[in-house]
Design a protein around this ligand. Structure first.
Ligand code: NOJ
Length: 490
């Protein structure tokens, strides 16, 4: 049975859909991956750190979102308390044989209010975490902004929809490169801006909740998504330019961009449905990746969005083009795309309605889980190889969501990892330049869409326990074994 949903319900629907098809499972070992390939796990600041009001941190737009009740009263005030338990967490990473840890810096912890002096306590925390990782032989991979813009900048000038953000983001990045760049050599500017913008500026169901619909206090779904995307690209490029001129020559690191991707399948082979897939691909991926690789937005978008789509000056285009040393991909599942007739569009002009597709999401699997369709990731990697000239790719996020019920038996997650990691290997063998894989996520933290109702963690975190004790799930054992030196064939 299939469930039809429109695009704007797509992300929410991910929580309740799944199919147990597992493919891509074969016999492989960690050693089958090329030299230099890195395996790790990830988190983000607001989802795990806690200590939301400690040592000078100020709220981000994600705190505000939680505080107005979007998680039914739950929030990241304590979360997994990684701020106090980072040493234990690094030990757990080490027990999992992780080679790398992807985490994000809380901008409003390092620079309270978004601009101005650096908070010494924030600096100390990230220095400690980085040192602890390195002393355990774990590479830090750092994201500068993971959906947690300082609320002060949102209040002052509406954050990402104001050009002022470019300067403030660059100044924040500068502090990060200066303070941590002697030990951090893997930087990502922004986490999945495509989803952040669609959720935050088109449909308004994610922070900062801007949209044209009645439930958003402010916003404009027909223009702001494009404006936010434009300033994010300029902010990214400006930070990269700074890194390349001021830091890269001595620090020798790399800096990249991150995007959320779906596997895309046409509903039918009709011309309309095939065109709908291409439209969605242009709006989801081409929108932000074409400028990074080719220096401009996709023609499909220009034709549909017209004057609402900002235009790059020649200087801007040159700065944006080539500004990613790598692309990080967050990938979970595959969706089926059907053309949506213009006449059925609702009256509101919006990013989603510009795309004009219906999304059909398989729902034949346990509640809360993603359909396990690894060939979708294979196709995405092929697309990056063939269309974008095969840039270095990290799989920055991949993992199975499950309802958070305390069980440590997460066999579906093990099956999911096995299927997707096997597919990554297949893609590499077919020429993909994928250079790393990060399981999402180390700990059951505050989930973006569902709060604490679901989790992706290798470790269960007991929220009823003041100590926030961590318990390894089956998937932790599996991943640890997979990554063990002298490992056996899986
Ligand atoms: C993407 C986001 O980056 C992350 O914050 C979220 O927890 C996962 N996807 C799973 O929804």
């Amino acid at each position: 049975m299939k469930m039809k949903i429109t695009l704007h319900l797509l992300l929410l629907s991910c929580l309740f859909s799944s199919s147990p098809l597992v493919s891509g499972v074969g016999n492989f070992t960690r050693d089958d991956f090329p030299a230099g390939f890195i395996f790790g796990a990830g988190t983000s600041a607001y989802q795990v750190e806690g200590a939301a009001f400690e040592d000078g941190r100020t709220p981000s737009i994600w705190d505000t979102y939680a505080y107005i009740g979007m998680y039914g009263g739950a929030n990241g005030d304590v979360a997994c308390d990684q701020y106090h338990k980072y040493k234990e967490d690094v030990r757990l990473m080490s027990e999992t044989n992780l080679e790398a840890y992807r985490f994000s810096i809380s901008w409003s912890r390092l620079i309270p209010n978004g601009r101005g002096p650096v908070n010494e306590k924030g600096l100390q925390y990230y220095n400690n975490l980085i040192d602890e990782l390195i002393s355990h032989g774990i590479e830090p991979h750092v994201t500068l902004s993971h959906s947690d813009l300082p609320q002060a900048l949102e209040d002052e000038y509406q954050g990402w929809v104001n050009r002022k953000i470019v300067e403030d983001f660059t100044a924040y990045a500068d502090e990060c490169f200066k303070a941590f760049g002697d030990r951090v050599v893997h930087w990502t500017t922004l986490n999945e801006p495509n989803v952040f913008i669609m959720g935050g500026y088109d449909e308004g169901f994610l922070p900062p909740m801007h949209c044209s619909y009645i439930y958003c206090p402010s916003g404009n779904s027909s223009t702001e998504p494009y404006i936010a995307g434009h300033y994010m690209l300029l902010a990214h490029a400006s930070a990269v330019n700074l890194y390349r001129t001021k830091y890269q020559p001595t620090q020798h690191g790399t800096i990249g961009f991150n995007m959320y991707t779906y596997g895309l399948a046409p509903y039918s082979n009709s011309t309309e449905d095939l065109a709908a897939v291409e439209r969605l691909r242009a709006f989801y991926i081409g929108w932000l990746i074409n400028p990074l690789i080719f220096g401009d937005y996709p023609d499909i978008m220009k034709n549909i969005v017209g004057t609402r789509l900002p235009v790059f000056t020649e200087d801007e285009a040159n700065q944006v083009k080539g500004s990613a040393d790598f692309i990080g991909l967050n990938h979970y599942t595959t969706i089926t795309i059907k053309d949506r007739d213009n006449s059925s569009k609702n009256a509101i002009m919006s990013f989603s309605n510009d795309i004009g597709v219906s999304v059909i999401f398989p729902d034949n699997a346990p509640p809360g889980q993603f359909p396990v369709l690894p060939e979708g990731l294979y196709n995405v990697l092929e697309h990056f190889k063939q269309f974008y000239g095969n840039p270095p790719i990290y799989i920055h996020e991949n993992g199975q969501q499950m309802i958070r019920n305390g069980t440590l038996n997460d066999t579906p997650r093990v099956e999911y990892f096995q299927a997707f990691i096997g597919t990554v290997l297949d893609a590499i063998r077919n020429g993909s330049n994928t250079i790393g894989y990060f399981a999402w996520t180390l700990l059951d933290g505050l989930e973006l869409l569902s709060g604490y109702k679901s989790g992706f963690g290798l470790y269960y975190v007991d929220l009823d326990d003041k100590e926030r004790s961590r318990y390894p799930k089956y998937s932790q054992h599996w991943y640890a074994k997979f990554l063990q030196k002298n490992r056996a064939v899986i």
